[in-house]
Design a protein around this ligand. Structure first.
Ligand code: 5RP
Length: 219
């Protein structure tokens, strides 16, 4: 049986086909994306530069000599490649397991195409088993948590974790995510919420799934 690492590698290798040469691209965060960066580095494919979404991604890009550019230096990204914690059949996602979903949502919004790479365990018919990460301004944490309880959730502070932008994360179990767009908006309307990890407005355009039978492309 293939290990999760092998499935991630299978997806990462296939995703290379969606990366055009001589363009700027965006790169997400996480163990699946790390496989993609490694595959890109040895592929010989020339890109103009990559916009990173986290310190971990920036460090790996530098280590493998892939040029990084800042988001403010570019006006368009040809593709954005990232993983997900869950992705449904409409290619809407829960992200933020690594706490980088704010930067990820910003960078993804600049790209012509969002390519999600994931192992088959992440592909679900219904979002919500994975707790939804909500990035909050620290002083508003308790107030936001009460509002999340009123929405039907069970919020839990991610202890000892500060985001790239100096905020905290509340992971929320038990929310009804059957209407992902509505819930994404509802949560973001709570004062003190910086961004939640539902990518429903900005769903992926392509899912490259690593499966035991090989890579599957779902569009
Ligand atoms: C980070 C993310 C990641 O894409 C998500 O957590 C998946 O990570 P991994 O590829 O390690 O399973 O949203 O904020």
């Amino acid at each position: 049986m293939a290990t999760p690492e092998e499935l991630k590698r299978i997806a990462a290798e296939k995703a290379l086909a969606f990366v055009p040469e001589n363009e700027y691209i965006g790169i997400g965060t996480g163990s699946t994306v790390n496989e993609f960066i490694k595959v890109l580095a040895v592929s010989g494919k020339q890109i103009k530069g990559a916009v990173s979404t986290s310190k971990g991604t920036s460090e790996l890009l530098a280590q493998l000599d892939i040029p990084e550019v800042q988001l403010n230096e570019v006006s368009r990204l040809a593709v954005y490649v990232d993983g997900a914690d869950e992705i449904n059949h409409s290619l809407q996602m829960i992200k933020g397991g690594g706490g980088a979903h704010l930067n990820e949502k910003i960078v993804a919004s600049m790209a012509d195409k969002f390519i999600c790479i994931a192992d088959e365990r992440k592909y679900v018919s219904r979002l919500g088993k994975f707790p939804l990460p909500v990035e909050v301004i620290p002083m508003a944490r308790s107030m936001v948590s009460r509002k999340l309880v009123a929405l039907g959730g069970e919020p839990e502070l991610r202890i000892g974790f500060t985001t790239f932008n100096g905020h905290q994360i509340v992971d929320v179990k038990g929310l009804d995510l059957s209407q992902p767009v509505t819930m994404e908006d509802k949560i973001n309307q709570i004062p003190g919420v910086v961004e939640n990890g539902l990518f429903a407005h900005n769903a992926a355009d392509v899912l490259v799934l690593g499966t035991a039978e090989g890579a599957k492309v779902i569009e």
